[in-house]
Design a protein around this ligand. Structure first.
Ligand SMILES: Nc1ncnc2c1ncn2[C@@H]1O[C@H](COP(=O)(O)OP(=O)(O)OP(=O)(O)O)[C@@H](O)[C@H]1O
Ligand SMILES: [Mg+2]
Length: 325
């Protein structure tokens, strides 16, 4: 049985289709990612799946329970981490867990064990008796993740679980999510607008834009769809015939003094590209990312405003301006 099935799941606000006839199937034990920019409809989807928002049309089954007709069945099957922080600052980590266990009616005899186990999984045992206001951003997120696990849900819904964390904090959270999914065999649906997160963490990723899934596959297959990595070279000249004779070379274009060679698996095939160039002055490599996939299918960047001076972002801008044959 699939852990989640959505059937034409739709939410409209007046003219705006926040979620537009979504048909999705998430397998049991899978880590599934919804990747998309601001306003794509990720939170709206999660809110309907966890029953706090009623669909305008369509429905979904979560762990076999209908989100409209069997809300309590859905709620007891899921754990959720909301996009907005939701742990109580004035309580300790352990008190937050105790309150949640009470709300979810976890049997009293089991509470101590499950609290201790959750604290172990998210590595907060040593800080359990400190007030949450003394935690770092990453520790708060870990506590919320642990809280979502307390009543041993079959499905964990995580809405932007690493929003605002630094790269190290993000990697920590990824480690816990992977551990939870594998150790407890829990299905995880995670929304994110971080392409690295979707790429590193998820078994499959649905790229979402304007309420629709534009493409869905494993991260590796998604990247394969773009056609290859890009080698950007400024050289005196190229031997185009020789380059094109290599099966790894997908296309060659020239723009403003730079050659753009699209290559399958550049880390292995760079030597044969370089051999076809004369007198190389500068060379830059751009390994294909899920942002490129997003761009291919929507014509836009995942993040509209690149961070200033960010090398990869500038590289992608160049790549975006250059027509991909
Ligand atoms: N209560 C509401 N009333 C009107 N429009 C809404 C409401 N909630 C969401 N929307 C709109 O629905 C669309 C999808 O919003 P949603 O919060 O699902 O996006 P998101 O993908 O989670 O974005 P983000 O990455 O910013 O969290 C947006 O255009 C948003 O403005
Ligand atoms: Mg959101």
């Amino acid at each position: 049985m699939a852990a989640i099935v959505t059937k034409n799941l739709t939410k409209t606000y007046g003219e705006l289709k926040a979620v537009d006839a979504l048909n999705l199937e998430v397998a049991e034990g899978e880590i599934f990612g919804l990747l998309g920019p601001n306003g794509a409809g990720k939170t709206t989807t999660i809110s309907m799946l966890c029953t706090i928002l009623a669909p305008t049309k369509g429905t979904a089954l979560v762990n076999g329970h209908d989100i409209i007709r069997e809300q309590s069945g859905v709620r007891s099957s899921i754990g959720i981490v909301f996009q907005e922080p939701s742990a109580d600052d004035l309580l300790t980590g352990r008190e937050n867990l105790e309150m949640h266990a009470e709300l979810y009616a976890v049997p009293r005899a089991e509470r101590k064990i499950s609290n201790d186990e959750v604290l172990r999984i998210v590595e907060l045992t040593s800080r359990a008796n400190d007030q949450v206001k003394t935690y770092s951003g990453g520790m708060r997120r870990r506590l919320e993740l642990g809280r979502g696990l307390l009543h041993t849900p079959r499905v964990l819904l995580l809405d932007e679980p690493t929003l605002g964390l630094d790269p190290q904090g993000r990697e920590h959270i990824w480690k816990y999510i992977t551990r939870i999914a594998r150790e407890k065999r829990i299905t995880v649906v995670i929304t994110t607008h971080y392409m690295e997160e979707a790429d590193m963490l998820c078994d499959r990723v649905g790229i979402m834009d304007h309420g629709k899934i534009v493409v869905l596959d494993t991260p590796a297959n998604l990247k394969r769809k773009v056609g290859g990595d890009v080698v950007k070279v400024r050289a005196a000249g190229i031997n185009e015939k020789q380059l094109r004779s290599h099966a790894c070379v997908r296309s060659i274009a020239k723009k403003e003094g730079w050659y753009y060679v699209t290559v399958h698996d550049v880390t292995r095939n760079l030597p044969c590209v370089v051999k076809g160039m004369r007198d190389i002055k500068e060379i830059e490599l751009h390994t294909v990312t899920l942002n490129d996939v997003f761009m291919k299918y929507t014509g836009r960047e995942l993040r509209e405003e690149p961070a200033e001076g960010d090398y990869n972002e500038r590289m992608m801008q160049d790549y975006a301006n250059h027509p991909n044959p």
